[in-house]
Design a protein around this ligand. Structure first.
Ligand code: FAD
Ligand code: UDP
Length: 392
């Protein structure tokens, strides 16, 4: 008899498997319908021997000391600060927009003070910041919005920014200094030997059995267990009782080039050209030295594997119906990006899983209760806080 059947071997499922097995001596069966552990953070060596991320670029960053220390039990780290360029008007310019972006785009030589005044002069102040268009137009005006954000967002989500919650574009800050890092978090690093190795270490415990290529629906009647932790799509769990929750999908086209370096930045975003949104060159992320280089193109799709919840009011309302049902479903805990319909990063999912573990085990100490998991925000939206996470 297993104490827990955990569905999904991504961050949510693996952190809970590790905690329940090692922290509470519970017997755990962790299953995934995919042929590997790691969920969307899975990485592997491709046929050329280059470490790539199968489901698009995953860069670890967090403001949470507890999350960082927890994951550090299972991996060493390679310091890495992510940088992204946007291909705009034939140039590769730093995104998030910063002082250099503006000076290079307009051929200017502004200082930080002057660029602040420039933003104020082009901004179209909005009384309320409700959607993703408001966030950018209110801060940097329509022209920069159209060059950097509107078309990227339409491609990525199949929706206009005005149809998406402010929190989506607010993920990307605007800066008046020359900081060209994509993230502002205190901890920014990549697992030294990759994410999959980190997950292997996490799951290496005699109380954990891992079953791959296994949809839980095929095994749940044959395997005795006491409780379930479910990290797949919540609407699927309930057979779409209230209708389908929209998830955005992506198609990943992996290629290997016969050259050492392909592009001038780890990621190049293409807001206005091509069907794909961005191109990632993995060796920048991993630090691997290799005479060839592997890249991935991401093209957004309406159909396919669910990768992103789509943050907008009508979807939140539909999710609220599923959440109500989830809350009264005995013996099942819903955790993770798909099961709680939250546009969360890896660190936020780790914090959510640690919080769930604290609740399950009756442990009063909540791992993330002392920290804020936040990034600089453009909008007056509340940052993600421990409360947000633990009530999710
Ligand atoms: P998942 O990783 O999706 O794991 C859920 C697992 O459940 C899957 O493996 C799935 O196969 C399995 N499953 C579903 N249904 C069933 C079933 N019926 N039976 C058995 N198994 C099932 N975060 C960052 O912090 N930094 C980044 O740079 C970053 N980049 C990203 C880039 C892309 C393209 C995407 C899509 C996401 C990115 N993220 C990033 C977010 C990150 O992937 C998630 O926060 C994290 O992986 C979520 O973990 P999870 O366990 O909730 O879900
Ligand atoms: N975004 C944009 N232009 C960019 C980068 C981001 O319009 O050059 C918007 C877009 O809507 C995107 C969102 O900001 O979906 C969040 O970007 P992020 O890079 O955080 O997305 P993720 O890595 O989660 O796909």
């Amino acid at each position: 008899m297993f104490d827990y059947l955990i569905v999904g071997a991504g961050f949510a499922g693996s952190v809970l498997a590790e905690r329940l097995a090692a922290g509470s001596n519970r017997k755990v069966l962790l299953c995934d319908k995919r042929p590997h552990i790691g969920g969307n953070a899975y990485d592997h060596y491709d046929e050329h021997g280059i470490l790539v991320h199968k489901y698009g670029p995953h860069i670890f960053h967090t403001n949470s000391q507890e999350v960082f220390e927890y994951l550090s039990r299972f991996t060493k780290w390679r310091p890495y600060e992510h940088r992204v360029c946007a291909s705009v008007d034939g140039m590769h310019l730093p995104i998030p927009i910063n002082l250099d972006t503006i000076n290079r785009l307009y051929g200017l030589n502004l200082t930080s003070f002057e660029v602040d005044r420039f933003f104020a002069s082009v901004a179209e102040p909005r009384a309320a910041i409700v959607n993703s268009e408001d966030v950018v137009v209110n801060r940097v005006g329509r022209e920069l919005y159209e060059k950097f954000f509107r078309n990227y967002t339409r491609k990525q989500w199949g929706l206009d920014p005005s149809e998406l919650d402010a929190s989506v574009i607010a993920r990307v800050p605007v800066r008046t200094n020359r900081d060209d890092r994509y993230f502002g978090d205190v901890y920014q690093a990549m697992p030294l030997h990759g994410f999959t190795r980190m997950f292997e270490n996490m799951l290496d415990h005699s109380n954990i059995k891992v079953l791959l290529n296994a949809d839980y629906r095929e095994i749940q009647d044959d395997i005795p267990y006491r409780e379930m932790i479910y990290t797949g799509p919540v609407d699927e769990f309930f057979d779409y009782r209230f209708g389908k929750l929209p998830y955005r999908s992506l198609e990943f086209r992996h290629e290997t080039k016969e050259m050492e370096v392909y592009q001038d930045a780890p990621v190049v975003n293409y807001p206005n050209t091509h069907a794909y949104t961005r191109v990632t060159e993995f060796k920048y992320l991993t630090g691997q030295v290799h005479p060839k280089t592997s890249i991935v193109f991401e093209t957004p799709r309406a159909e396919g594997d669910p990768y992103y919840p789509v943050p907008r009011p009508q979807n939140a309302a539909l999710y609220a119906q599923y959440k109500q049902l989830a809350d009264v479903t005995p013996g099942v805990h819903f955790v993770g990006r798909l099961a709680t319909y939250k546009y969360y990063n890896m660190d936020q999912i780790t914090a959510q899983a640690l919080s769930t573990y604290a609740k399950i085990s009756g442990n009063k100490h909540r791992a993330e209760s002392t920290v804020r998991i936040a990034r600089p925000q453009l909008s007056p939206e509340p940052a993600y806080t421990a409360t947000t996470l633990s009530t999710s």
